[in-house]
Design a binder for this molecule. Structure first.
Ligand code: B12
Ligand code: SF4
Length: 503
């Protein structure tokens, strides 16, 4: 009767990652509560599975992880239907969307609780309290509604990650073979995803990690990471790893220790980090990392404007000059820098917004000329509710606001907002958005991404030739010929975070 459904709503059509969020939540109740996994990525119709479980009358809790974007298309309607058809079931959401947009989530009346950040202690404690009819008000990392008011409990300190229970890979395997999650990427034939740390020590004002982790970071030890990856290799056949941490490279000592441990395992790997942090690494450390299989690093370059970098509270020492030098430095070590830029930040006047976009485009071209292997990821700025930051205050002043009703997030405009392709922000005109997206298309034709391992040399050359004039003359309007070529002939995938597109 007290069983739990752990649901990972569909986030991708292909390239399904190990659902680490529900795996870790499962670990937190392993041996205490009976639970099942439902992975929306691998089920043709997850609702059939969920409703069959609920019809059995054995399940009391429905837990869903929810990121912004496509996951909402299942999380919202399913939670709503559960409330209508199975009103006794308690619905609990966790994950970045739930924690950052908790107001609209709880106003919906079909989500009962939000876990605010890590659920490793909060989730089992909440289940215990609800099962035993006890008070849950003192449980940390919890958001709920009481007499119409939203109550947010204190945030718990981050736990020592090495004390957390082992991920229940075997249990997952009994629902969905782990091997099915190990996809082909440019890193390897069977790429696993792994999460080795929580939070981030920085406070960038545009970043969704900040409201949840408030400049805190805790990582697993190098030895533990190695043990887990060795297990994924030996038992499930993984030959590459993507580290999904917000900031894998915070601690040079940990990175080097891990590199030394993994060196002889023939595993290629990728992670996300900061330019100013990794630029402090010694040459020796960078060389060991490469030798140990580090092929590419995702790095937030953000903008070509030093004042803006400061305003974003990057919190470190990153500068546009350093970004150029670092692209050159990584070239020497044969590690591909994957620079992510955010274009379209607010400014006092439309002319200033456009001038900044033009400057960013020039700067990105300069980075490409310094190190042509640099992968460029372009996002259009989409605000996150980083209350109190100067940037978010400016955003609110411009008239931007988030939807109040949870269902409104399902509107196509808000889905595009989540995908950071059409931000709905008042200061960006269609002309500006077209320029950013047009430049992205031309740039990706001129420098086809290494992550699209299916492209042949001939196809790359054709794209380069056709886009050459546009690239040189900065003519980015309506690149329909490139779009058509990429879509119908090449099935080309633009570079994306994690080195491949979220299809
Ligand atoms: C893997 C990943 C994906 C995968 C899908 C993951 C999946 N679930 O299937 C893919 C690549 C598809 C993806 C896509 C997108 N992602 Co994504 N993704 C991540 C990433 C890198 C890791 C998530 C993860 O597995 N974490 C590991 C687990 C263990 O941690 P966790 O989820 O935080 O879980 C803990 C708690 O949050 C909580 N919890 C979480 N869920 C639940 C559920 C219950 C019931 C409970 C009790 C607790 C709980 O307890 C867990 C254990 O302590 C995060 C960044 C990050 N480092 O977390 C971004 C992140 C979540 N993604 C983000 C975004 C924006 C997207 C996109 C919308 C846009 C984009 N272009 O990137 C797309 C959407 C496209 C799509 N098709 O869905 C943002 C969210 C920002 C925001 N505004 O909130 C993040 C934070 C990255 C970032 N820093 O910007 N993503
Ligand atoms: S360094 Fe990256 S993860 Fe950390 S706060 Fe800044 S953008 Fe977010």
């Amino acid at each position: 009767m007290n069983k739990v459904i752990l649901f990972n709503p569909r986030s991708a059509r292909a390239k399904h990652r190990i659902p680490n969020s529900i795996l870790q939540v499962g670990a937190s109740i392993q041996g205490k509560y009976e639970y099942v996994f439902v992975d929306g990525n691998l089920e043709k119709d997850p609702w059939v599975k969920i409703s069959n479980y609920l019809k059995s009358g054995e399940f009391k809790f429905f837990g869903s992880t929810v990121m912004p974007g496509p996951q909402l298309s299942q999380a919202i309607p399913y939670s709503k239907k559960i409330r209508e058809l199975f009103p006794d079931v308690i619905t609990i959401w966790g994950g970045y969307f739930a924690a950052n947009q908790y107001r609209s989530v709880l106003q919906s009346d079909f989500v009962d609780f939000v876990i605010n950040g890590p659920g490793d202690e909060a989730f089992p404690q909440l289940l215990d309290a609800l099962t035993n009819n006890q008070s849950y008000e003192s449980i940390q990392n919890l958001i709920y509604k009481k007499s119409g008011n939203i109550i947010k409990t204190r945030q718990a300190p981050l736990l020592d990650q090495d004390t957390l229970p082992q991920f229940p890979y075997e249990r997952l395997n009994s629902f969905y073979p782990v091997r099915n999650y190990l996809g082909k990427t440019f890193l390897g034939k069977r790429t696993a995803s792994y999460h080795s740390s929580f939070g981030c020590p920085f406070t960038c004002s545009f970043c969704a990690v900040v409201p949840i982790y408030n400049a805190r970071w805790k990582g697993k030890s190098a030895q533990l990471i190695y043990n887990d990856i060795k297990y994924l290799k030996d038992v499930h056949g993984a030959d590459a790893v993507e580290f999904h941490d917000n900031n894998f490279f915070v601690n040079e000592k940990r990175t080097v220790e891990f590199s030394k441990l993994i060196k002889n395992e023939n595993i290629a790997w990728w992670g996300e980090g900061r330019i100013d942090t990794i630029d402090k690494y010694s040459d020796e450390s960078l060389a060991i990392m490469r030798e140990a299989g580090c092929r590419m690093i995702f790095l937030g370059a953000e903008t070509s404007n030093d004042d803006l970098l400061k305003k974003m509270d990057k919190g470190g020492t990153q500068s546009t000059e350093q970004m150029k030098q670092f692209a050159a430095r990584l070239k020497k070590f044969d590690i591909i820098p994957e620079y992510s830029f955010v274009l379209g930040f607010p400014a006092e006047t439309p002319e200033k917004v456009m001038a900044q976009i033009d400057q960013d485009i020039r700067y990105i071209k300069e980075i490409k000329s310094i190190n042509p292997n640099t992968e460029i990821i372009i996002y259009v700025y989409s605000p996150v509710p980083t209350e109190g930051s100067e940037m978010y205050e400016q955003v609110k002043k411009s008239g931007f606001s988030f939807p109040e009703r949870l269902e409104d997030w399902l509107n196509p405009e808000w889905q595009n907002f989540d995908l950071r392709k059409n931000p709905l922000t008042p200061w960006l005109t269609p002309r500006m958005i077209n320029k950013i997206l047009g430049f992205e298309t031309v740039l990706n034709a001129q420098y086809p991404t290494v992550s699209d391992f299916k492209l042949t040399g001939l196809q790359r050359n054709v794209m380069r030739t056709i886009s050459g004039i546009r690239y040189r003359l900065n003519f980015f309007d309506f690149p329909y010929e490139l779009k058509a070529l990429q879509k119908y002939w090449l099935h080309y995938r633009q570079p994306e975070i994690e080195g491949f597109l979220m299809e």
